[in-house]
Write a protein that binds this ligand. Sequence first.
Ligand SMILES: [Zn+2]
Length: 362
Amino acid sequence: MRKITKEVSSLRIVKMTLSILIMVILLVSSFCRQGVSSASYPTTPIVFSNISDNSGDYPVVCYSTTKNGYNVNGHIYVKFEDLASPLGGTYTLAPGPTYVLQINGQTNAFYMSSTTFYSTISYSILDKSTGQTTQYSFNFPGTMPYPVMTIDGYPCVWVQYAARALGSLIADWDGSNNRFVIYDWRVNGNNHLSDTNTYLVGGKWLSNWDSNSTLYLAPHFQLGIDNIWSNPSSHPDYDRQVKIATTVLQSMENTRKLMGNTPYTPSCVFRSYWYNKSLLNSWVWSWHMKGRAMDAGNSAMRDNVKNDINAVAEYDGFLYSTNPNSVTQWDEIESTALASYLHGQRAPRNQDNRSGPVPHCP
Ligand SMILES: [Zn+2]
Protein backbone atom coordinates (compact mmCIF):
# COMPACT_ATOMS: atom_id res chain seq x y z
CA MET A 1 0.00 0.00 0.00
CA ARG A 2 2.78 2.36 0.99
CA LYS A 3 4.70 1.27 -2.11
CA ILE A 4 1.79 2.13 -4.38
CA THR A 5 1.38 5.59 -2.77
CA LYS A 6 5.08 6.18 -3.27
CA GLU A 7 4.82 5.20 -6.93
CA VAL A 8 1.77 7.43 -7.47
CA SER A 9 3.50 10.37 -5.84
CA SER A 10 6.68 9.91 -7.92
CA LEU A 11 4.50 9.69 -11.04
CA ARG A 12 2.95 13.03 -10.02
CA ILE A 13 6.43 14.55 -9.69
CA VAL A 14 7.40 13.23 -13.12
CA LYS A 15 4.16 14.65 -14.60
CA MET A 16 4.69 18.03 -12.95
CA THR A 17 8.32 18.18 -14.05
CA LEU A 18 7.31 17.26 -17.58
CA SER A 19 4.61 19.92 -17.79
CA ILE A 20 6.96 22.57 -16.37
CA LEU A 21 9.58 21.50 -18.92
CA ILE A 22 7.04 21.75 -21.76
CA MET A 23 5.99 25.21 -20.58
CA VAL A 24 9.62 26.35 -20.46
CA ILE A 25 10.27 24.93 -23.93
CA LEU A 26 7.17 26.69 -25.28
CA LEU A 27 8.18 29.99 -23.68
CA VAL A 28 11.76 29.78 -24.94
CA SER A 29 10.67 28.77 -28.44
CA SER A 30 8.15 31.60 -28.67
CA PHE A 31 10.80 34.03 -27.40
CA CYS A 32 13.28 32.81 -30.02
CA ARG A 33 10.70 32.93 -32.78
CA GLN A 34 9.78 36.52 -32.00
CA GLY A 35 13.33 37.72 -31.46
CA VAL A 36 14.51 40.12 -28.79
CA SER A 37 11.96 42.79 -29.60
CA SER A 38 8.92 40.66 -29.02
CA ALA A 39 6.97 43.36 -27.22
CA SER A 40 3.80 44.74 -28.70
CA TYR A 41 3.77 48.38 -29.64
CA PRO A 42 0.82 50.72 -30.15
CA THR A 43 -0.60 50.53 -33.65
CA THR A 44 -0.86 53.62 -35.84
CA PRO A 45 -2.49 54.04 -39.26
CA ILE A 46 -0.37 54.03 -42.39
CA VAL A 47 -2.40 55.55 -45.24
CA PHE A 48 -1.43 54.59 -48.81
CA SER A 49 -2.82 57.05 -51.34
CA ASN A 50 -2.78 57.88 -55.02
CA ILE A 51 -2.00 61.51 -55.85
CA SER A 52 -4.73 64.03 -56.43
CA ASP A 53 -3.57 67.63 -56.40
CA ASN A 54 -0.94 70.11 -55.27
CA SER A 55 -3.11 72.52 -53.34
CA GLY A 56 -1.92 71.70 -49.85
CA ASP A 57 1.36 70.77 -48.25
CA TYR A 58 0.42 67.17 -49.04
CA PRO A 59 -1.92 65.97 -51.79
CA VAL A 60 -5.52 65.20 -50.81
CA VAL A 61 -5.87 61.50 -49.97
CA CYS A 62 -7.72 59.52 -52.65
CA TYR A 63 -8.09 55.91 -53.82
CA SER A 64 -6.44 55.04 -50.53
CA THR A 65 -6.05 52.00 -48.33
CA THR A 66 -4.87 51.83 -44.73
CA LYS A 67 -2.57 49.34 -43.01
CA ASN A 68 -1.57 49.04 -39.38
CA GLY A 69 1.82 50.39 -38.48
CA TYR A 70 3.60 50.12 -35.13
CA ASN A 71 4.76 53.09 -33.12
CA VAL A 72 8.13 52.09 -31.68
CA ASN A 73 9.11 54.97 -29.41
CA GLY A 74 7.88 57.48 -31.98
CA HIS A 75 9.32 55.65 -35.00
CA ILE A 76 6.79 54.06 -37.33
CA TYR A 77 7.36 50.48 -38.42
CA VAL A 78 5.42 48.38 -40.92
CA LYS A 79 5.27 44.68 -41.71
CA PHE A 80 7.20 44.04 -44.94
CA GLU A 81 4.14 42.39 -46.51
CA ASP A 82 1.90 45.34 -45.60
CA LEU A 83 4.27 47.78 -47.29
CA ALA A 84 4.56 45.75 -50.48
CA SER A 85 0.95 44.91 -51.28
CA PRO A 86 -0.69 48.37 -51.66
CA LEU A 87 2.19 49.48 -53.92
CA GLY A 88 2.01 46.45 -56.20
CA GLY A 89 5.31 45.09 -54.94
CA THR A 90 6.14 41.64 -53.61
CA TYR A 91 7.65 40.49 -50.33
CA THR A 92 9.66 37.30 -50.06
CA LEU A 93 11.81 35.75 -47.37
CA ALA A 94 15.17 34.61 -48.74
CA PRO A 95 17.97 32.70 -47.00
CA GLY A 96 19.98 34.69 -44.48
CA PRO A 97 17.29 35.57 -43.60
CA THR A 98 16.99 38.32 -46.16
CA TYR A 99 13.75 40.29 -46.33
CA VAL A 100 13.23 41.09 -50.00
CA LEU A 101 10.92 43.75 -51.42
CA GLN A 102 10.65 43.79 -55.20
CA ILE A 103 8.91 46.35 -57.35
CA ASN A 104 9.25 47.61 -60.92
CA GLY A 105 12.46 45.78 -61.74
CA GLN A 106 14.05 46.81 -58.48
CA THR A 107 15.12 44.57 -55.58
CA ASN A 108 15.51 45.85 -52.01
CA ALA A 109 17.20 43.56 -49.48
CA PHE A 110 16.87 44.07 -45.70
CA TYR A 111 18.35 42.15 -42.76
CA MET A 112 17.19 41.52 -39.17
CA SER A 113 18.59 43.98 -36.60
CA SER A 114 20.43 45.80 -39.38
CA THR A 115 20.14 49.42 -40.48
CA THR A 116 21.77 48.66 -43.84
CA PHE A 117 19.80 47.68 -46.92
CA TYR A 118 20.55 47.38 -50.63
CA SER A 119 18.64 48.57 -53.70
CA THR A 120 19.66 46.78 -56.87
CA ILE A 121 18.53 47.24 -60.45
CA SER A 122 19.69 45.99 -63.87
CA TYR A 123 18.66 47.11 -67.32
CA SER A 124 20.13 47.69 -70.76
CA ILE A 125 20.09 50.63 -73.15
CA LEU A 126 20.61 50.41 -76.91
CA ASP A 127 22.63 53.14 -78.57
CA LYS A 128 20.92 53.25 -81.95
CA SER A 129 23.76 55.27 -83.48
CA THR A 130 26.33 52.50 -82.90
CA GLY A 131 24.04 49.49 -82.50
CA GLN A 132 25.72 48.74 -79.19
CA THR A 133 23.79 47.67 -76.11
CA THR A 134 25.13 48.70 -72.72
CA GLN A 135 24.22 46.73 -69.61
CA TYR A 136 23.72 48.68 -66.37
CA SER A 137 23.78 47.02 -63.00
CA PHE A 138 23.52 49.13 -59.86
CA ASN A 139 23.64 48.15 -56.21
CA PHE A 140 22.99 51.16 -53.99
CA PRO A 141 23.49 50.69 -50.24
CA GLY A 142 21.20 52.56 -47.88
CA THR A 143 21.38 53.29 -44.17
CA MET A 144 18.27 53.62 -42.03
CA PRO A 145 18.36 55.32 -38.62
CA TYR A 146 16.44 52.38 -37.08
CA PRO A 147 17.04 48.66 -37.68
CA VAL A 148 14.73 45.95 -38.97
CA MET A 149 13.02 44.28 -35.99
CA THR A 150 10.40 41.67 -35.12
CA ILE A 151 7.06 42.92 -33.79
CA ASP A 152 4.18 40.62 -32.87
CA GLY A 153 6.08 37.82 -34.59
CA TYR A 154 6.42 39.67 -37.91
CA PRO A 155 9.58 41.14 -39.44
CA CYS A 156 9.04 44.89 -39.66
CA VAL A 157 10.91 47.79 -41.21
CA TRP A 158 11.12 51.50 -40.42
CA VAL A 159 8.60 52.66 -42.99
CA GLN A 160 9.94 56.02 -44.16
CA TYR A 161 13.07 55.01 -46.04
CA ALA A 162 11.67 51.64 -47.10
CA ALA A 163 8.67 53.30 -48.80
CA ARG A 164 10.86 55.88 -50.52
CA ALA A 165 13.27 53.17 -51.65
CA LEU A 166 10.31 51.42 -53.31
CA GLY A 167 9.65 54.57 -55.36
CA SER A 168 6.81 56.22 -53.45
CA LEU A 169 6.68 59.92 -54.25
CA ILE A 170 6.13 60.95 -50.61
CA ALA A 171 6.49 59.00 -47.35
CA ASP A 172 6.14 61.12 -44.21
CA TRP A 173 4.60 61.38 -40.77
CA ASP A 174 1.44 63.51 -41.01
CA GLY A 175 1.43 65.15 -37.59
CA SER A 176 -1.82 67.04 -38.01
CA ASN A 177 -3.72 63.78 -38.55
CA ASN A 178 -1.57 61.46 -36.43
CA ARG A 179 -0.91 59.06 -39.26
CA PHE A 180 1.82 58.07 -41.62
CA VAL A 181 1.12 58.89 -45.30
CA ILE A 182 2.55 57.20 -48.38
CA TYR A 183 1.75 58.67 -51.80
CA ASP A 184 2.40 56.48 -54.80
CA TRP A 185 0.98 56.40 -58.34
CA ARG A 186 0.35 52.65 -58.11
CA VAL A 187 -2.00 52.87 -55.13
CA ASN A 188 -5.64 52.18 -55.94
CA GLY A 189 -7.44 51.12 -52.78
CA ASN A 190 -6.85 47.41 -52.30
CA ASN A 191 -6.28 46.80 -56.02
CA HIS A 192 -2.95 48.33 -56.95
CA LEU A 193 -2.49 49.56 -60.51
CA SER A 194 -0.32 47.63 -62.91
CA ASP A 195 2.89 49.22 -64.17
CA THR A 196 5.45 47.06 -65.94
CA ASN A 197 8.10 49.78 -66.18
CA THR A 198 11.51 49.32 -64.62
CA TYR A 199 12.41 52.37 -62.55
CA LEU A 200 15.73 53.50 -61.20
CA VAL A 201 14.93 54.99 -57.78
CA GLY A 202 17.18 57.02 -55.50
CA GLY A 203 17.43 59.80 -52.97
CA LYS A 204 19.18 60.80 -49.81
CA TRP A 205 18.07 57.60 -48.04
CA LEU A 206 20.85 55.89 -50.00
CA SER A 207 24.42 56.18 -48.69
CA ASN A 208 26.54 58.95 -50.27
CA TRP A 209 23.81 59.53 -52.83
CA ASP A 210 25.04 63.08 -53.53
CA SER A 211 28.26 61.71 -55.01
CA ASN A 212 26.35 60.17 -57.92
CA SER A 213 26.02 63.33 -60.04
CA THR A 214 28.32 61.99 -62.76
CA LEU A 215 26.89 58.46 -62.70
CA TYR A 216 26.02 57.31 -66.22
CA LEU A 217 22.50 55.89 -66.44
CA ALA A 218 22.68 55.66 -70.24
CA PRO A 219 25.54 55.97 -72.76
CA HIS A 220 25.26 59.77 -72.98
CA PHE A 221 23.31 60.79 -69.87
CA GLN A 222 24.44 61.28 -66.28
CA LEU A 223 22.24 61.30 -63.19
CA GLY A 224 22.98 64.83 -61.90
CA ILE A 225 24.78 66.49 -64.79
CA ASP A 226 21.79 65.91 -67.06
CA ASN A 227 19.14 66.98 -64.52
CA ILE A 228 17.67 63.51 -64.21
CA TRP A 229 17.34 63.79 -60.44
CA SER A 230 15.13 66.45 -58.86
CA ASN A 231 16.14 69.97 -57.89
CA PRO A 232 17.67 69.73 -54.39
CA SER A 233 16.51 73.15 -53.23
CA SER A 234 12.81 72.34 -53.56
CA HIS A 235 12.40 70.22 -50.42
CA PRO A 236 15.15 69.38 -47.95
CA ASP A 237 13.72 65.95 -47.10
CA TYR A 238 13.86 64.78 -50.68
CA ASP A 239 17.28 65.98 -51.83
CA ARG A 240 18.02 64.73 -55.30
CA GLN A 241 15.17 62.27 -55.32
CA VAL A 242 14.85 60.39 -58.59
CA LYS A 243 12.50 57.88 -60.13
CA ILE A 244 13.15 57.31 -63.79
CA ALA A 245 11.70 54.69 -66.12
CA THR A 246 14.39 52.99 -68.17
CA THR A 247 12.18 53.53 -71.23
CA VAL A 248 12.65 57.30 -70.76
CA LEU A 249 16.42 56.81 -70.68
CA GLN A 250 16.10 54.84 -73.90
CA SER A 251 14.02 57.57 -75.56
CA MET A 252 16.54 60.20 -74.41
CA GLU A 253 19.25 58.28 -76.27
CA ASN A 254 16.99 57.78 -79.29
CA THR A 255 16.26 61.52 -79.44
CA ARG A 256 20.00 62.21 -79.57
CA LYS A 257 20.25 59.81 -82.51
CA LEU A 258 17.27 61.48 -84.23
CA MET A 259 19.00 64.86 -83.87
CA GLY A 260 22.09 63.62 -85.74
CA ASN A 261 23.93 62.44 -82.61
CA THR A 262 24.07 66.02 -81.37
CA PRO A 263 24.71 66.18 -77.62
CA TYR A 264 22.00 67.83 -75.53
CA THR A 265 21.26 68.34 -71.85
CA PRO A 266 17.67 67.85 -70.69
CA SER A 267 16.32 70.77 -68.69
CA CYS A 268 14.18 68.53 -66.48
CA VAL A 269 13.52 64.81 -66.13
CA PHE A 270 12.21 63.65 -62.71
CA ARG A 271 10.43 66.13 -60.44
CA SER A 272 9.70 65.57 -56.77
CA TYR A 273 6.22 66.53 -55.57
CA TRP A 274 7.38 69.80 -54.01
CA TYR A 275 9.61 70.73 -56.92
CA ASN A 276 6.72 70.20 -59.33
CA LYS A 277 4.46 72.23 -57.06
CA SER A 278 6.97 75.10 -56.96
CA LEU A 279 6.83 75.51 -60.74
CA LEU A 280 4.40 77.97 -62.28
CA ASN A 281 1.49 76.20 -64.01
CA SER A 282 2.90 72.74 -63.27
CA TRP A 283 0.39 70.00 -63.87
CA VAL A 284 -0.85 68.18 -60.77
CA TRP A 285 -0.53 64.81 -62.51
CA SER A 286 2.74 65.68 -64.22
CA TRP A 287 4.45 62.67 -65.76
CA HIS A 288 7.72 64.16 -64.52
CA MET A 289 6.60 63.07 -61.02
CA LYS A 290 5.84 59.61 -62.42
CA GLY A 291 9.38 59.30 -63.77
CA ARG A 292 8.15 58.98 -67.32
CA ALA A 293 8.82 62.41 -68.91
CA MET A 294 11.68 64.58 -70.13
CA ASP A 295 11.96 68.23 -71.21
CA ALA A 296 14.73 69.24 -73.59
CA GLY A 297 15.79 71.23 -76.61
CA ASN A 298 13.84 73.75 -78.61
CA SER A 299 11.01 73.81 -81.14
CA ALA A 300 13.25 72.10 -83.72
CA MET A 301 13.74 69.06 -81.48
CA ARG A 302 10.03 69.08 -80.65
CA ASP A 303 8.99 69.20 -84.31
CA ASN A 304 11.48 66.52 -85.34
CA VAL A 305 10.06 64.20 -82.68
CA LYS A 306 6.52 65.15 -83.67
CA ASN A 307 7.25 63.98 -87.22
CA ASP A 308 9.14 60.92 -85.98
CA ILE A 309 6.21 59.63 -83.94
CA ASN A 310 3.67 60.85 -86.49
CA ALA A 311 1.73 62.59 -83.75
CA VAL A 312 -1.82 63.25 -84.81
CA ALA A 313 -4.40 62.68 -82.12
CA GLU A 314 -4.64 65.08 -79.24
CA TYR A 315 -5.90 64.58 -75.71
CA ASP A 316 -5.57 66.84 -72.66
CA GLY A 317 -2.86 68.85 -74.39
CA PHE A 318 -0.85 65.85 -75.59
CA LEU A 319 -0.07 64.51 -79.05
CA TYR A 320 -0.03 60.73 -79.31
CA SER A 321 2.37 58.60 -81.33
CA THR A 322 0.87 56.69 -84.24
CA ASN A 323 4.20 55.34 -85.44
CA PRO A 324 5.17 52.05 -83.74
CA ASN A 325 8.47 52.14 -85.63
CA SER A 326 9.55 55.62 -84.55
CA VAL A 327 13.23 56.23 -83.79
CA THR A 328 12.60 57.99 -80.50
CA GLN A 329 9.78 55.73 -79.22
CA TRP A 330 8.19 58.59 -77.29
CA ASP A 331 4.53 57.67 -76.75
CA GLU A 332 3.32 61.21 -76.30
CA ILE A 333 4.61 64.75 -76.51
CA GLU A 334 3.14 67.95 -75.19
CA SER A 335 1.22 69.91 -77.81
CA THR A 336 3.05 72.56 -79.81
CA ALA A 337 0.68 75.17 -78.42
CA LEU A 338 1.80 74.41 -74.86
CA ALA A 339 5.53 73.79 -75.24
CA SER A 340 8.23 75.48 -77.33
CA TYR A 341 10.54 72.54 -76.50
CA LEU A 342 10.26 68.77 -76.43
CA HIS A 343 8.27 67.27 -73.58
CA GLY A 344 8.32 63.53 -74.23
CA GLN A 345 6.42 60.84 -72.28
CA ARG A 346 6.57 57.06 -72.11
CA ALA A 347 3.80 54.51 -71.52
CA PRO A 348 1.53 53.37 -70.04
CA ARG A 349 -0.53 55.63 -72.23
CA ASN A 350 -3.82 57.27 -71.32
CA GLN A 351 -3.15 56.95 -67.62
CA ASP A 352 -4.69 60.34 -67.11
CA ASN A 353 -7.74 59.63 -69.19
CA ARG A 354 -10.51 60.29 -66.71
CA SER A 355 -12.86 57.87 -68.41
CA GLY A 356 -10.21 55.15 -68.64
CA PRO A 357 -9.60 52.18 -66.36
CA VAL A 358 -6.97 54.02 -64.35
CA PRO A 359 -8.28 56.29 -61.62
CA HIS A 360 -7.72 59.98 -61.86
CA CYS A 361 -8.17 61.42 -58.42
CA PRO A 362 -10.82 64.12 -58.18
ZN1 LIG B 1 7.68 68.53 -69.25
